[in-house]
Design a protein around this ligand. Sequence first.
Ligand code: PLP
Length: 424
Amino acid sequence: MVTSDPIQHLAPVWARYTDIVAERGEGAYIISTEGRRYLDFTCGIGVTNTGHCHPKVVAAAQEQLGKLIHGQINILYHKPVLKLVEALLPEMPDGLDTFFFANSGAEAIEGALKLARAATGREGVISFQGSFHGRTTGAVALTNSKARYRLHAGQLSGAAQVTAYPYCLHCPRRGSDEGCCQQRLPDLRELFASRMPPEAIAAILVEPVLGEGGYVVPPAWFMPALRALCDEYGILLIADEVQSGFGRTGRMFAVEHTRTTPDIMVMAKGLGSGLPISAIAAPREIMSKWTPGSHGGTYGANAVACAAATATVQVIREEGLVENAASMGKLLLEGLRSMQADHPGLVDVRGLGLMVAAEFAHADGSPDGKRAKHILHTCVENGLLILTCGPHDNVLRLIPPLIVSEDQVRDGLAILRTAMDASY
Ligand SMILES: Cc1ncc(COP(=O)(O)O)c(C=O)c1O
């Protein structure tokens, strides 16, 4: 059946919560075909860190379009990929000096898993409760943020195991004198003892800040403890910085908050300002164990995407966007925290930089997804785009672009306050 409405011909599998048809993007705003301006605190799910259509990113992509669009990386090198390597190298955690480029976060995760297996000769991979690593077959087996993502995925690999992420808000020992019960990673040690011996584990895959699973910032001990455990057993530590990377948390990468260096780092989203590009970084010694030809892809390291990515990294540095993310993030957190007194259902406000969350619960402590969604829809009606996250969708997530101004943060907070007041 053919209808006159092209929307009816888009696959319904794309779950969506607005009917906005975007005409263009401009900095922190999306402008609809009806001419309505929306303050975009979603950034296309953490992608447009430099704002929509940053002039320097646009100019770099346009210039490259006229020179070479596709120079297949198995056939030749091209200047944009070499320039991107030069731009990324100074930003990388110690020793991560060799890159593989792909097109999406999930694709890079798949590659990182293969790399870890190639480098260790082991099969197993551990991920965390609440983690999101993508929807392709290997990645979804390690994704534990919503059961829905596993529908129709077929048989998932038994080499994937899951353990607890330190979600302190929901820890039964929160505030007790005994201190933090997870510090020695007892669940992970139990997993080693009962489900998968450490000698069979190639990698631990972790988001340094849990994203889709609820924007959970782990306690300071967590990443160093994982690092020590990996070193003890010869397991590789893979940091999934797909959402937290490129200035989002007020540092170039979230691992910088943790004094931990991963063995492999996966990047995407903010890297290309919207052009599809992702990357895996690892020390040359690890990358050299990956058999040539055993991984690749037609479009990886696309010339236009590489040019946009180089411009993105330059803009983030030259315009002080990492610093702006840190200070605007504080303003957003303060504004949300000031609403907690009037809104007891707003049980937690947390975040790092501009990766900010507001969690809602009923009086009995059970998750209140209904309220979070109500607020989200009122915000859209009032011109602010935000998202929810967490398995119960009871966490509002706010991901403004890193170029966001103080006035725009205050505008967003005003709309949020109105929506919260209207949600009772
Ligand atoms: C932490 C993390 N890893 C991986 C992915 C998958 O990325 P993509 O949607 O580009 O496949 C996402 C996407 O939201 C993510 O947030």
